[in-house]
Design a protein around this ligand. Sequence first.
Ligand SMILES: Nc1ncnc2c1ncn2[C@@H]1O[C@H](COP(=O)(O)OP(=O)(O)OP(=O)(O)O)[C@@H](O)[C@H]1O
Ligand SMILES: [Mg+2]
Length: 322
Amino acid sequence: MELLEVKNLTKKFKGKKGDVLAVDNISFSASKGEIFGLLGPNGAGKTTTIRLIATTLAPTGGTAVVGGFDIHKHPAEVRRQIGVLTTDIGVYDRFSGRENLRYYGHLYGLEGQDLENRIDELIKLLDMSDFTAKRAGKYSTGMKQKLAIARSVIHDPKVIIFDEPTSGLDVIASQTVIAFMHRMKELGKLVVLSTHQMPDAERLCDRIAIIHQGKLIALDKISVLKEQTNTQNLEDTFLKLIKQKHLRSEPQEEQEQKKGMTGDSKIKLIRQIRIASLIVLLIGIAAFFIPSLQQYSIVTNALILVGALGAVVTKTYFKKYK
Ligand SMILES: Nc1ncnc2c1ncn2[C@@H]1O[C@H](COP(=O)(O)OP(=O)(O)OP(=O)(O)O)[C@@H](O)[C@H]1O
Ligand SMILES: [Mg+2]
């Protein structure tokens, strides 16, 4: 069983101008020791997805299972399994950094030396020792963000979900947060990272899910998505996948779904046919030059013809679908 399983998760918001399907039937799973990226343009539904998993919002449909606990049946256990950092999670300005962490530690039932040790560990990991004695109200954006991160993982959760953890941070503070995520991965945690920072996602994520208009439009390793879109960096991959989604008209998409074939699987199939055609072509050419096979010239010519035809036709289709 995976540490996080999201199954047909759906959230509809009722608005004055009509309903908004913020999360539309999303499914994915992620396992321990993985950094899983959640990417998508503004308003795609990333934060809503995170809130549904974190049980701070109730879904309209579907479910999520965290560490074996279902968000509907065991919300309290789910909250113990995960540490969530979203943009609206604040800290108490009147308390010092250490007092903030103590306060949140107590909420999770942590006490005494164990709690102090955990706080010390996080202060070290997030490079916060210079300012944790000061009141949080005097912190810079970067200091506050580090404290918010420490606060969200005080109870040592198995799943850590970060929504834009490096937004508004300078290069040095970003590096500390990135190193922290690496460390969490090393410790066997599952880190879910929602971000707009493509270089961060590219460096950190093992797999990514791209969400667009509430729908999951891509889910794979970055290298696979790059290959599928014939792009060199994640920003181009992202833009191409979003553009493909826009270009594909709705009726065509419905037809493809009926046939069980999406644009991605079509490209894969065409690539396989192309490789097969090239192999047939090479076999034909090789056989053509073997003297003992010259009595079978009809067969070798046919192989060359079929192989060449396949290679040309698939190349044309390949260009069209990219
Ligand atoms: N509480 C709410 N009530 C009504 N609509 C909402 C609510 N929260 C989010 N939405 C809408 O749901 C959609 C998805 O929003 P969400 O915040 O999940 O996007 P996001 O991918 O996190 O975007 P961003 O990258 O800008 O943070 C948007 O259209 C947003 O306006
Ligand atoms: Mg968001």
